[in-house]
Design a protein around this ligand. Structure first.
Ligand code: 5RP
Length: 225
């Protein structure tokens, strides 16, 4: 599996060219993309600037000597490469397994080209088997939790070392065990409108290219092609 992730990450790095501002995703697959960029910087003299989607990725990028910009210093991002937890055939997906969904979405939106790197186990017919992460403000988090319970969304507060998991933005994450999401658009709208919800892990139609690593090789899925 690690090898598949590495293949996808390294392939995605081929989209990066000199002068680009690049968005660096988070997670165990995006990790390999960032490593490969670090290698190209060192060995090929690749010239890029980057924005990151988590403190973890910032640390990795700094260690590799990748020059970083603050998200508010950039008007647009040429290309962002990130991982995903599930992807359906309409290029909708779930992200946030690693807890970075808010920063990941903020970086995805101004990206001209947005690529996901996944292994083939992430491709699904319908989203929802993976628990949908929802980032909520800490104030009144239990109120939001109860609303999810009433809606039948089977919420659980994400924990780390027995304590509520804190995102880079100092919020909590509630994971929804939905089993199936028949209408991702409608659910996204509902969550967007809920007071206390900062962001959710539904990334509907944002990605334009998905690099899928499987046992038989790499597959590149492109939207509208
Ligand atoms: C982090 C994410 C990750 O990109 C997603 O969880 C996929 O991670 P991995 O490549 O480790 O499976 O959304 O918030």
């Amino acid at each position: 599996m690690e090898n598949l992730k590495e293949q996808a990450g390294v392939r995605a790095a081929q989209y990066v060219t000199d002068g680009m501002t690049v968005g660096l995703g988070t997670g165990s697959t995006a990790y390999y993309f960032v490593q490969e960029l670090g290698r190209r910087l060192k060995e090929e003299g690749l010239q890029i600037k980057a924005v990151t989607t988590s403190s973890r990725t910032s640390k990795q990028a700094r260690e590799l000597g990748i020059p970083l910009l603050d998200i508010d210093e950039v008007e647009s991002i040429d290309l962002t490469v990130d991982g995903a937890d599930e992807v359906d055939k309409d290029f909708n997906g779930i992200k946030g397994g690693g807890g970075a969904l808010l920063m990941e979405k903020v970086v995805a939106l101004p990206s001209q080209h947005y690529i996901w790197v996944v292994d083939e186990t992430k491709l699904v017919n319908q989203l929802g088997a993976f628990k949908l992460p929802v980032e909520v403000v800490r104030y009144g988090a239990k109120q939001v939790f109860r609303r999810f319970e009433k809606a039948g969304y089977r919420p659980s507060l994400r924990l780390q070392d027995g304590q509520p998991y804190l995102t880079d933005m100092q919020n909590f994450i509630i994971d929804l065990d939905l089993k199936a999401i028949p209408d991702p658009e409608a659910l996204a709208l509902e969550l967007d409108q809920m007071v206390g919800v900062v962001e959710h892990g539904l990334f509907n139609g944002l990605v334009d290219t998905v690099i899928v690593a499987g046992q038989t090789g790499l597959q590149i899925l492109e939207k509208n092609k």
